[in-house]
Design a protein around this ligand. Structure first.
Ligand code: NAD
Ligand code: MG
Length: 400
């Protein structure tokens, strides 16, 4: 039976994954959490992993709690601990479910160790797509996307392309382009001014999906689709010109592959992350993860709408970043993370997020590094820190 490591076990991807684990009865090898350590403790009691990762300053306290509960679990701390867990072959599959750039090093470590990685942490591919994909190839790692759109595309591709993404260009497969679908978020039918005046409560709620707060804000600005466009370029070895975006407010079709003969293959399900996660957990077989069937007769009409690029400028910013180079993608991601957290703290407006990312992408001094590629994570993380500092300066300007 597949033993699992779940990094980011206390988050929304962690919840969906562990729900399947409960349903199927899979063994859990390791878990990690950052905040909400009470929840992580309960998960340790329930799943009895061999190892657990917590923030470095919480190792002793957490180890003490486990000991008092008679649980013999190895506790590791900080990013080094996460990298250790990610590369540990005690697990057959590693779920990369940490949010944001904090997931980069552990994702890379899992790939470096040749693991099978169920990838939710899209930010690591945005920051280091080339490095992750080339390391995976060299070290024999398998990347199975669990971001729902990328999982849908993966399911609609021929097996030979699933096994080797360089095969996507072979003419006999006839792959013309990919269609990423987007819900359009909660402001799809609202005016720009309503988006500008959005409250934090509005921006952390989503019409179809129940997710962590950062990705929910990203969905509402459509930066999530921008990040996913870059994620898709790396996962499927295509340029952004071969990837189109369609708003599909019902979130039933999770993405599509268009073939040269005029066929478009789509994957449909209810908007429930347990579907892509169960697919990746069972892959190459299928597994019942406990999700209800999609009820075709109760479904409303399926709509497709062209995104409004003026209201959702994140889409063009992401296209600009992937065309410019890895450095620009690092900058897009870092400035977005900093701006989203400023919005969540009530310091800026929702529409300031994309405006701030745009200002950072226009910054001449940082821009000298935007066309760069990186063959190790240190350079990426150094640029990430510089961009964060500069974004803070721009955010202070907004508040003056
Ligand atoms: P979340 O906020 O619900 O959970 C994040 C997890 O990461 C938590 O376990 C948290 O403890 C951990 N974490 C946060 N900061 C950390 C740090 N500095 N160091 C170590 N761990 C840290 O987020 P989520 O919605 O589960 O999203 C996780 C990832 O999956 C994101 O990259 C997101 O884009 C992607 N994703 C999520 C969904 C979804 O349905 N939630 C869908 C597709 C993709
Ligand atoms: Mg997605």
């Amino acid at each position: 039976m597949t033993a699992l490591t779940v990094l980011g076990a206390t988050g929304s991807i962690g919840d969906s994954t562990l729900d399947i684990v409960r349903h199927v009865g899979l063994p859990v090898y390791a878990l990690s959490g950052f905040g909400r350590l009470d929840k992580l403790f309960k998960l340790c009691v329930e799943f009895r992993p061999s190892r657990v990762g917590v923030p470095s300053d919480k190792v002793d306290e957490f180890a003490g709690r486990l000991k008092s509960a008679n649980l013999a679990i190895d506790v590791v701390g900080g990013q080094n601990g996460l990298m250790d867990l990610a590369g540990d072959k005690g697990a057959d599959k590693v779920v990369a479910g940490i949010v944001g750039s904090a997931g980069l090093r552990s994702t890379l470590s899992a790939v470096w160790a040749g693991q099978t990685v169920l990838l939710a942490n899209k930010e690591s591919l945005v920051m280091a797509g080339e490095l992750i994909m080339s390391t995976a190839r060299r070290h024999g790692a398998t990347l199975l996307p669990i971001d729902s759109e990328h999982n849908a595309i993966f399911q609609c591709l021929p097996r030979a392309v699933q096994d080797d993404n360089t095969a996507i260009h072979r003419s006999e497969f006839g792959i013309k382009k990919l269609w990423l679908t987007a819900s359009g978020g909660g402001f799809l039918h609202k005016s720009y001014d309503e988006m500008k005046n959005a409250t934090v409560a509005q921006a952390v709620s989503h019409p179809n999906w129940n997710m962590g707060s950062k990705i929910t804000v990203d969905s509402n600005t459509m930066m999530n689709k921008g990040l996913e466009l870059i994620e898709a370029c790396h996962l499927f070895n295509l340029s952004d010109a071969q990837i189109d975006i369609a708003i599909h407010p019902q979130s039933i079709i999770h993405s599509m592959v268009e073939y040269v003969d005029g066929s478009i293959l789509a994957q449909l399900s209810s908007p429930d992350m347990r579907v892509p996660i169960a697919h990746a957990l069972g892959y190459p077989n299928r597994m019942d993860g406990g999700v209800k069937s999609l009820s075709l007769f109760e479904m409303s009409a399926l709509e497709f709408i062209r995104p409004d690029k003026n209201k959702f400028k994140s889409l063009d910013l992401a296209r600009h970043a992937i065309r410019t180079g890895t450095g620009a993608c690092v900058a897009l991601n870092a400035s977005n993370e900093v701006a989203v957290s400023a919005f969540l703290d009530g310091r800026i407006r929702l529409t300031d997020v994309a405006d701030t990312v745009e200002r950072v992408l226009d910054d001449d001094e940082l821009g000298a590094d935007f066309g760069k590629s990186f063959d190790e994570p240190e350079g990426i993380l150094a640029l990430d820190r510089r961009v964060r500092d500069r974004t803070d300066v721009y955010l202070r300007d907004l508040n003056d």
